[in-house]
Design a protein around this ligand. Structure first.
Ligand code: ADP
Ligand code: MG
Length: 310
């Protein structure tokens, strides 16, 4: 790597020495060094965002930096892992300091909010592609898996559904009377890290909603060998999403639109602890498949979430 490029990394990404006690050595050597205390497991995930696939070419770089990190922290939250370190692989068409300044601001600000250190990465030239690998810690054996749902569990979601999906429609030209919340959810999802930590003692299964509730709950159902019935009237929807459904008739949208990054989890009915800020939207059943109860009837739900290769 050219010296000028390492100067860029120093300027925008190596902004401070690692602070989290698990991170011994950060940016600057051939590798970072982590010390994971005994009794913890390391949870690792990676997510890539590609221009024109995951974001528009004119996307605000500060929001992009935020979202890139947020989607990775969301995966750790869904495992009940406490994030502490990330690496960042940047492929850039050119060195644009204004862009890098704003991108790193969005990224580093969210990292600080979650006590996460940027401990390394790679910088290359090519079509704009952004990859983060995120690492978290979870006490041995206590991670929240997709495979733990039990028949009779209640199904919960944090926050609201469909706001990010509505944000995308607004960007594509839908005229919304009150677009602020939807656009904020689309541009700046807040990873549900504290909720994931609380759910360690509560949830039997958990996943983050990146591809729409029906698709992501579908992963829990498949991996747990169960089915489910959702109550459409229980879905937590904002006024703007309700208005969109009234106008368009598209009641499937909050079930199939991606990018909400809320948590979907299942918990036993007789759960001893109070369920943290979440809404009960259905029940796990023995019969495989996903059903939806709406307008007095129960139907098999056929809607699919977003899939890259379909
Ligand atoms: P090497 O050639 O040994 O892979 P590099 O010259 O690519 O090392 O990187 C030098 C240091 O800068 C390493 O510690 C690496 O982890 C870090 N680094 C490179 N690119 C980034 C980036 N985009 N964000 C954070 N750290 C980075
Ligand atoms: Mg390298």
């Amino acid at each position: 790597m050219a010296v000028a490029e390492f100067d860029l990394i120093r300027r925008y990404f190596a902004v401070h020495a690692p602070r989290h006690p698990f991170n011994q050595l950060g940016i600057g050597d051939d590798c970072a060094l982590l010390n994971i205390p005994a009794g913890y497991q390391l949870a690792v995930t990676a997510d890539t965002m590609v221009e024109n696939v995951h974001f528009f070419a004119d996307a605000d770089p500060e929001l992009l930096g935020h979202k890139l990190l947020a989607v990775n922290l969301s995966d750790l939250a869904a495992m009940g892992a406490e994030p502490f370190a990330v690496t960042l692989a940047l492929t850039l068409p050119k060195v644009d300091e204004t862009w890098l300044q704003a991108f790193s601001r969005g990224f580093i600000n969210l990292a600080r909010q979650h006590n996460v250190d940027l401990i390394g990465g790679d910088t290359t030239a090519g079509p704009l592609t952004l990859t983060v690998q995120a690492m978290g810690a979870v006490p041995q054996g206590r991670a929240l898996l997709r495979s733990g749902a039990q028949v009779g569990d209640r199904i919960y979601v944090t926050g609201q559904l469909g706001n990010a999906g509505l944000g995308l429609k607004i960007k594509q030209g839908y005229a919304c009377a009150d677009p602020e919340l939807a656009l904020r959810c689309f541009n700046q999802p807040q990873p549900r890290v504290p909720e994931g930590l609380v759910l360690r003692g509560i949830a039997n299964a958990c996943i983050d909603i990146s591809d729409g509730l029906s698709a992501d709950l579908g992963h829990i159902l498949e991996q747990s060998g169960v089915g489910a019935c959702l109550q459409w009237d229980s879905l937590p929807l904002s006024a703007s999403v309700k208005e969109f459904i009234d106008h368009s008739g598209d009641w499937r949208m909050p079930l199939t639109a991606g990018d909400d990054y809320e948590l979907c989890f299942t918990a036993p009915v007789d759960c001893s602890q109070p369920i943290p800020v979440a809404t009960c939207v259905g029940i796990i059943e023995a019969e495989p498949g996903l059903r939806i109860s709406r307008a007095g009837r129960v139907d098999t739900f056929e809607g699919k979430g977003f899939e890259h290769f379909s």
